[in-house]
Ligand binder design. Sequence first.
Ligand code: HOZ
Length: 420
Amino acid sequence: MNTTNSAALFEKACHVIPGGVNSPVRACKSVGCDPLFVAKAQGGTVIDADGNEFIDFVGSWGPMILGHGHPEVIKAIQGALPDGTSFGAPTASEVEMAELVCDSVPSIEKVRFVSSGTEATMSAIRLARGYTGRNMVIKFDGCYHGHADSFLVKAGSGVATLGIPGSPGVPDDIVKNTLSIPYNNIEVLEKTLRDASLDIACVIIEPVAGNMGVIVPDMAFLQKLRDLTAELGIVLIFDEVITGFRLALGGAQERFNIMPDLTCLGKIIGGGLPVGAYGGKKEIMDNIAPDGPVYQAGTLSGNPLAMAAGLAMLKIVRRPGFYKELEEKSDRFAERLAEIGAKAQVPIVLNRIGSMMTCFFTDAPVRDFDSAMQADTDRYGRYFREMLASGFWLAPSQFEALFISAAPHPGTAGQGPCSN
Ligand code: HOZ
């Protein structure tokens, strides 16, 4: 594969951008190669700066559930463009978008838009602290909630991929208010939440972990978490930045029928443009300024182009049959992957729910951060490089998810779900 242009761009980038990339996992360090630079993407295909074509299973780390450049999303952005790109004032489109989100996600009664998933999670814990008057945040080992100070304790995603224990620059005074406990462990959960000395404001969890590879929680664990937090007056936050509008229209909470108090969203709701959101019960959301004293703001929040893209995306995924068709497509893909894995005669555990999955190179079940970390990351690196050479664009880390999109497979004439 000719990668001359990508190599030259990376060389130039390293002089002016730390590590040559604007987000660490993109550097491909853990899979033993340099990054390819993307020139464009269309449907289920990504094309690099040298003209190499790949079938895309990253989908920009989750947002591109329709594939790239869906005509209705592009048309919506083009339609909004002549009217202006930012006003810093309310618009009709953000009201329509808020109505669609409240209507789609069962536990959300009111929603505030921000510009990224990180902003959504950091705002949600501030709100939970303001609402309860308590300080401590409980998270789970290997879950990743963006890069705000409070969350960089035993975090997944790039922090796990690069083997970084935490991060310099995060004051001890902040980290002491975050406690990370094992995912899927009911005993530790109950003991921790019942410890009154901890002054717990909230528990934040990925209701399906996607940042230590995909790990589906035991339903008994998730239900216990809901029951205990309700009993103890602790705010339960679902970080559905990945799972929102991915596992069902109403996200993991709809799929599992377990409702959090607050939900964080991102990725898919922006239709490929930068949008995050946090929402939940009116009683809690009404504490946000200007209605209440918990301050949170943003010049580009509810940006008109991003709202246009998000609205177009949500209107498509809300069409009848969208998630059923995506599920069936993902079933077929996972079956094929399992067959190939069986033939390869290497230890593989495939964790999957809906259109998100991870192939772990290990022979033991992967149900928490410790078991995920047992996976053979060198083997994943070899697998990644061989798949890339064969035309498959995968996440450059064992500790991420593979996403199936609704875009038609390249080379097939068929339409994706609800493409009309
Ligand atoms: N949440 C994504 C990782 N699972 C973000 C990718 C990145 O860090 O760039």
